[in-house]
Design a protein around this ligand. Structure first.
Ligand code: PEP
Ligand code: MG
Length: 749
């Protein structure tokens, strides 16, 4: 049989497919029927069939030329089942001259296919997602040529794009279009609360609206020009990268791919077959993703990831889509991203109603920002990016870590009930605002709030916080493109103090490094950034910035009381040095004739276990100490606060950890040093009660936690809590949580 699979034949076929797609009078099924006829006739095979996924597991015969038409929408198979199921599972073509003898063959009498000997099936896939399988079959027992396989692959690519665009969905269609069905995703709770809104993708999907092009020369030229721009941007990335290290390796790999003849040649061949430049990029990207999912070689996987990222960049150049497209955010945006840094999140500001991340961790600073703003956050919500489209209706259940995408009416109404309950609880907490944070026996706690932006200050009043126990000054540095100037900072800190209206504000000096990377700072290629050059270590090595910040704080105080603490102090000497810098600045300001603070308190954050064992003199010198539990806990248990897999293994109410905290409480009591706790755990009611039972009297938390913490505190007796804890500690329990929870449940409501 003369099979005409020349480039021009392929282009002709693609052109016809495009006409079918453009024909507005044709419904989904009609289009599919035409397509199988076109392919069968172009490839001169007796059979052409399209199978599409009906749900995650099941493929359905959606159109056929040659098989029994009655089997359409009746024949189904599970992924992996039969040759068609295997093509979908392996995301790879199967090409055989003798289908019945080929591994995996399954006889399906309803299709009448046993008489066809040759079988060629290729996956219909888009960016690594297999959407279905395209099959041609013929009676003559022969293997299809490489050229034919390639030709069918190109057609499958166009089919994938058409499927994505909803070209096959018609009225009463049994098969749902992608991105139209309700979907539920389970993730990890990052911040409680419920939110309803519309999807806003941090990196919107690139939509290819023109998979088929008429003029290969024009497309080849577009590709060449886009590649040139890509190469220039990769060279720029390389120029900006530090001399050695991982980042440079990655960019070197980018450059290698961007100049790779074989990659470019494959895309040029795709174009010669009739694909548009962007469809060609996507086709090769899909192939790379399929290889990625099959490969266990770590090095190869890394490189395929690089190629994937590079393809995305190329697609963005070609389509002008992606970030900064000028699209308008919806009214109630719910941000969806793979991951996000604190700086990027701050750029969005408080407009976001909810956040859903595919990765991310509770301990990250982006999560802390979301928590500070009380924006419901769900982490580790796998697969949501592929499903969500900008503008989709979405409901985020931050209590359970569940996300409903395009929810149906039942889910939506249950969700609205939840929102109403949440509002009711808020009202209850608001009613506690002016009541003291006291336990039943009258022991009083001091509840402060954490802040980092001017916009947080109004919460001081609404939450009933006594003051700001932690003002994270780095947020101001993260949202800018360059180091802020002293005058600017002094002005801002001054406004913070004004807004606090006499309530105390504890300013923490710049705490950068680890996951807080300043956009204008040369990235440090450190193997373990959390254990690396960060916080006070940067401050003491680059004293210019720290001193500038201290001057700004002194000027902002302008004669008012001032509290400053230094982050991440691991040994006495660091505190002494940092404190001395501050005292020098005070002296300098005095000499310059500026007003000095009426009262200056200098404290340290206890975030490393070592400081718990520092000399007594440290405790005597520090005016106050604040336990940074987020960092302390990660170092105490040697468990990365950003790594969900290890982070949750260790309970905050672990006996060793509580005992360590008790030891710090005792040391501070000995020297009369004021002590507070300002990590995220302070805002969790059960944890807060346990800390208070261990003797902590000042807790600083996000404003939204003050109500819930106060509410629980007012129901308990801290001495009783202590008894429960001590009993559990004495019994060899790993964590006191079960005993404490049982006790709490026994309390009257
Ligand atoms: C902490 O580590 O607990 C803390 C309050 O600091 P940050 O979360 O900003 O590192
Ligand atoms: Mg910290």
């Amino acid at each position: 049989m003369a099979l005409q699979n020349t480039e021009s034949e392929s282009r002709k076929l693609l052109g016809r497919l495009r006409e079918t797609m453009a024909d507005a009078s044709a419904e989904g099924q009609m289009r599919l029927d035409r397509i199988v006829q076109l392919i069968a006739s172009s490839m001169q095979t007796e059979v052409c069939s399209i199978y599409l996924f009906r749900d995650d597991e099941t493929l359905e015969l959606c159109a056929t030329e040659g098989l029994n038409p009655e089997a359409v929408h009746q024949t189904r198979m599970r992924i992996g089942e039969g040759l068609v199921g295997r093509v979908a599972k392996l995301a790879r073509a199967i090409n055989t001259a003798n289908a019945p003898q080929t591994r995996g063959f399954r006889f399906m009498p309803e299709t009448g296919e046993e008489i066809y000997s040759s079988f060629l099936g290729v996956p219909v896939q888009r960016l690594g997602d297999v959407l279905g399988v395209l099959v041609v079959q013929s009676k003559e027992a022969r293997e299809f040529t490489e050229d034919e396989v390639y030709g069918l692959d190109v057609v499958a690519m166009v089919l994938a794009e058409m499927t994505e665009l909803g070209a096959f969905v018609g009225e009463g269609d049994a098969l749902a279009a992608l991105h139209t069905q309700p979907e539920m995703f389970r993730g990890v709770v990052g911040q409680e609360g419920a939110a309803v809104g519309q999807v806003w993708l941090h990196e919107p999907r690139v939509v290819v609206t023109n998979p088929v092009a008429d003029d290969p020369a024009v497309e080849a030229d577009r590709l060449a020009r886009a590649l040139e721009r890509l190469r220039v941007s990769v060279d720029d990335l390389l120029k900006g990268a530090s001399e050695d290290g991982d980042q440079r390796d990655v960019f070197e790999a980018y450059r290698m791919f961007a100049n790779s003849r074989s990659w470019v040649r494959r895309m040029e061949e795709d174009i010669a077959r009739g694909l548009s430049a962007e469809a060609a990029v996507e086709k090769e990207q899909s192939a790379a993703r399929a290889r990625l999912s099959q490969s266990s070689d770590a090095y190869l996987r890394e490189r395929l990831h690089d190629l994937d990222d590079l393809s995305n960049r190329l697609l963005r150049i070609l389509t002008g889509q992606g970030r900064d497209t000028g699209a308008e955010m919806p009214e109630n945006p719910i941000l969806i991203a793979r991951n996000i840094g604190p700086g990027e999140l701050l750029e969005y500001g408080r407009t976001l109603k909810g956040i859903v991340l595919e990765q991310g961790s509770v301990g990250s600073h982006a999560a802390i920002v979301a928590r500070a703003w009380a924006i419901p956050l769900v982490l580790q919500s796998e697969g949501i990016i592929a499903e969500a489209l900008n503008g989709d209706q979405i409901m985020v259940d931050g209590e359970q870590g569940i996300v409903h995408l395009r929810p149906d009416d039942t889910v939506a109404s249950a969700f609205r009930d939840k929102l109403a309950m949440q509002a009711e609880a808020q009202e209850r907490y608001a009613g506690l605002r002016d009541l003291p944070a006291q336990d039943k026996s009258g022991k009083t706690l001091h509840l402060h709030m954490n802040a980092g932006l001017m916009a947080d200050l109004p919460s001081l009043d609404s939450s009933g916080a006594e003051g700001v126990g932690l003002f994270r000054t780095e947020l101001q540095f993260l949202i800018r493109n360059q180091v802020p100037r002293r005058g600017e900072l002094a002005n801002l800190y001054g406004r913070v103090l004004d807004a606090a209206n006499g309530k105390k504000v504890v300013f923490r000096t710049l705490d950068i490094g680890s996951d807080k990377v300043l956009p204008y700072m040369k990235p440090q290629d450190e193997p373990n950034p959390a254990l690396g050059w960060r916080a006070i270590r940067v401050g003491l090595d680059k004293v210019g910035v720290m001193r500038m910040q201290l001057q700004a704080l002194l000027r902002a105080a302008d004669g008012r009381p001032l509290s400053i603490m230094f982050p991440f102090i691991a040994q006495f000497e660091e505190f002494k040095q940092a404190r001395q810098h501050l005292l020098d600045e005070v002296e300098r300001e005095g000499k310059l004739g500026h007003a000095l603070p009426s009262d200056l308190e200098i404290g340290a954050m206890l975030e490393t276990p070592s400081l718990g064992f520092a000399p007594r003199q440290f405790y005597e010198m520090a005016d106050f100490i604040s336990i940074g539990g987020n960092d302390l806990k990660q170092f105490f248990f040697a468990a990365d606060r950003e790594n969900e897999r290890v982070r949750r293994r260790y309970d905050t109410l672990n006996v060793s950890y509580l005992t360590f905290i008790e030891q710090i409480v005792n040391r501070c009591a000995d020297t009369g040093t004021r002590l507070s706790f300002c990590g995220e755990d302070a805002g969790r009611p059960v944890e807060a009660v346990c800390f208070a039972a261990m003797g902590l009297r000042t807790l600083s938390m996000r404003p939204a936690s003050i109500g819930p913490v106060k509410s629980l505190l007012r129901r308990v007796d801290l001495d009783e809590a202590r008894e429960v804890i001590d009993k559990a500690r004495g019994s060899g329990d790993q964590s006191v949580r079960p005993a404490v929870m049982e006790w709490l449940r026994s309390l009257p409501r």
